[in-house]
Write a protein that binds this ligand. Structure first.
Ligand SMILES: [Cu+2]
Length: 189
């Protein structure tokens, strides 16, 4: 288990802002579209429950996913039905390696502030005002945090091409292997 003891500061405010933006706008800015220059990553977008093509069941344990990979077609809308059978809180998040890296910094901050505990989500603290009405709500359509024994779902419509992974960004989990590739099939297969 990892113990994180960094002190809070400007990063706390930055995190609160990032999280409140995510909560207010639905998709976090980082998810809204192609990031960076040149090769644009088409990561897809939040899916509509009415247009789900397929359900993929995901079991989360300590610290792994079953299955270890998923394969999707461009444009496909997938409902991920996620169960946490471990004893720790786990996340199922879809994103590029860079997006996960950014989200891990946020999750580290959530743990430092006691919003995220190893085996539970402190929902009281999550609602705590971090200043200016900002909170540490974990709210983004590409990600869900699941307590032990609970289930949740993420519905996602995949894009044409992106280096996507599903991953758990609870501190220490990604590093211990809680990450798998989203394999994009060619559109005409
Ligand atoms: Cu995890």
């Amino acid at each position: 288990m990892s113990t994180v003891t960094r002190s809070a500061g400007p990063r706390a405010r930055a995190l609160a802002l990032a999280l409140s933006l995510a909560a207010a706008g639905g998709a976090a800015p980082a998810l809204a579209g192609p990031a960076g220059h040149g090769a644009a990553a088409d990561i897809g977008k939040p899916g509509d429950a009415a247009s789900v093509d397929r359900t993929i069941e995901i079991v989360m344990g300590d610290n792994y996913y079953e299955p270890e990979t998923v394969a999707v077609a461009p444009g496909e809308t997938v409902r991920f039905a996620i169960r946490n059978e471990g004893v720790f809180v786990h996340e199922f998040a879809i994103g590029t390696p860079m997006m996960h890296k950014g989200h891990r910094a946020e999750m580290t901050m959530m743990m430092e502030h006691g919003v995220l505990e190893p085996d539970r989500i402190n929902r009281e603290r999550m609602k705590m005002d971090m200043g200016g009405g900002r909170t540490m709500e974990h709210s983004s359509p590409n990600s869900v945090l699941v307590e032990p024994g609970d289930a949740a779902e993420v519905i996602w419509t995949f894009g044409a091409a992106a280096d996507l992974e599903f991953a758990c960004n609870v501190p220490g989990h990604y590093e211990s292997g809680m990450v798998g590739p989203v394999l994009l099939r060619p559109a005409d297969s």
